[in-house]
Design a protein around this ligand. Sequence first.
Ligand code: PHE
Length: 511
Amino acid sequence: MSSEAGRIALHPIEARVLWALSSGERLSFGEVSRRTGLDRGAVAKSVERLASKGLVSVSEVTVRTVAELSGEGLEYSTKGLPERRLVDFLRSKGGRASLTELRSIEGTDEERVRIGVLWAKKQGWVEVAKEGDETYVELVSYPDYRTEEEMVLEALRSGPRSLEELGALAGAAARLSRRAGLVKLREEREHVVEATREGLLVAKSVEQPVDAVSQLTPELIKTGRWRSVHLIRYDVLAPVKPVFAAREHPLTSLIRRVREAFVELGFEEVQGPLVELAFWNFDALFQPQDHPAREMHDTFYLEWPSTGRLPEDLVGKVKEAHETGGDTGSKGWRYRWSADEASRLVLRTHTTATTIRYLAERREPPVKVFSVDRIFRNERVNWKRLAEFHQIEGILMDRGVGLRHLMGIIREFYARLGLKEVRFRPSYFPYTEPSAEVDVYFRDLERWVELGGMGVFRPEVTRPLGVKYPVLAWGLGLERLALIVHGLEDIRTFYLNDLSWIRSASTFAVR
Ligand code: PHE
């Protein structure tokens, strides 16, 4: 027997793994690693070798079943199951309602009503009766307790749980999984290894492995024990677990690069409030009060507090600019400007609110400031649009500056990010004249991408603030730029905290 076993050459590490399995137990790789003191990579590799020699066998077992909510399950976990909403509604209507009335339950369609009635009936909460052309649903017994299903939805709302953790509720979780997949059950499997019959024989015949040592310590040298231990050779090809060092979020890196570029060009960073007076967001920028961008569907207005205090010293001048043009050389918009409208609070829709606010306090040239900050727009979020995003904003005020300088700054800025091809197209903003749109050429996409707007502030903007020199201004998209830099298609990627993307995203480099 031993001679037969002797023919099998075992590496000392393999011998240790085999020894750990010599009791015939079936162990997870993790357990083998604990018992042998070898890291998981070494265990996996030895197991593979042992398996190829027929000494161990590997299989997969389910270690636990994890329950998690589907999208619909998540919705029900906050709004309530259709049958719960049904009985709540019936109770509020005195215990009886027609199918037509039931459809008025908020967020409910015919299908949901049908589902609600079905399940409520099943549990004996309601009865259905037909009267003429109408079907009525009547509450017979209101459940003033939470059902097991409701408890499961509640428990899973904060994240997946194993069936074991759910304990007595496991049955209800399974029922919800059969019910339109409100709960998804996922099996977590693990590799386990055990010695084969032959492996057990070999384990008995090989000598108990001497200590294998992967690190020569002063201790080993001093005691002379290094002579008797088995020193493991380096295996530079051995597979190991990848190590992910901590890193900045790719968007943070890009923001940092943008800051560096402007600081290098002699600009200072400024910040302003996210909650802003409509006055700074719109009025000071000569946007008329009936401008479509101000409407609810673009701008988030604050419900409470709904208004703020206007800068009194500027109100009169801005009002004049809007109504008649005042001394700005313009005729104004010719309407009655309302201070109430201007004092409403909004989530700023662009960072131009922040630079104009700053400008009102620094009237002496030169002013060179920028900001990279968050803005808000009431948009439906999709692959190309977010409701919260960032703008790269800046102004330069000085004697004798003009459009050429502005184009120069923008070109230089993008060049510092490695983007050398920039073009400008005439455009319109209520606060600048001339105005232009900025396009940048992306080699990989082989196309021009619109990245922002710019222009020279109109006298209607600068004069009321007491600014006497030309002011160059720009507002550029950050996420758009980031999408292209990272070759992505979906703008939401930046906010998903998907670790595998964050780890794999290249550090910022544009070709
Ligand atoms: N505020 C504009 C926008 O949000 C961009 C812009 C800024 C245009 C400054 C001109 C001057 O699109």
